[in-house]
Design a protein. Structure first.
Length: 198
């Protein structure tokens, strides 16, 4: 007799369902591994081509620097003229929507899945993350599931964002709190070209 990880007996159909799910998970893990290797290629255009083939939607003029980590790429949408820094984590286990002219610095981690610490099985819960146009996220900031960062907002380096940030707010700290406001409200800048070997 087969049992699940909690020791509950499984019917034959439940066993087949679990085996199919496990097979799909292994295939996704292999795809994510290949995308990790793609992140080592020193060519923006080649990386973007491979990322788009994997299902990531990338707008015109956007640059994804080297060594980015993805989880389930098919739920990730990146707007136009957006720059994603080196070593960033982009979680696609739920929808991850990144707008136009967004500047995400190096080693930022954006998650939309986490464990429910109050669940007896420690099960995963997911919620989408939305980053609106003209947002700047400083290095090593962490964005957690269910967060929306409003247009033009600024997230300080090392901040941990656990709640929505309103448009044009400046937030910093752990957990992130609003510490100011961006004075310029009519934003129309372009971020420019990507560095060749990043």
């Amino acid at each position: 007799m087969f049992k699940d990880k909690a020791g509950r007996p499984l019917s034959f159909s439940e066993l087949i369902d679990k085996l199919i799910t496990r097979f799909k998970t292994v295939l996704l893990e292999f795809e994510v591994f290949l995308l990790h290797l793609t992140g080592c290629l020193p060519s923006h255009n080649l990386r973007k081509l491979i990322y788009k083939t994997a299902g990531i939607k990338i707008g015109r003029g956007s640059s994804l620097h080297m060594h980015i980590r993805f989880y389930n790429p098919k739920n990730i949408k990146i707007g136009q003229d957006t720059i994603i820094g080196e070593g960033t984590v982009l979680d696609g286990r739920d929808n991850l929507i990144i707008g136009d002219h967004v500047d995400i610095a190096s080693e930022v981690m954006i998650y939309n899945s986490e464990h429910n610490i109050n669940d007896e099985n420690f099960s995963a819960i997911t919620d989408q993350v939305v980053i609106e146009d003209y947002v700047f996220i400083g290095p090593r900031a962490i964005i957690l599931p269910g967060v929306t960062i409003g247009k033009g907002a600024v997230i300080g380096a090392g901040a941990v964002v656990t709640k929505d940030i309103p448009p044009f707010a400046v937030a910093a700290g752990v957990p992130a709190k609003i510490i100011g406001e961006r004075k310029l409200k009519k934003l129309s800048y372009k971020l420019g070209r990507a560095a060749w070997f990043r």
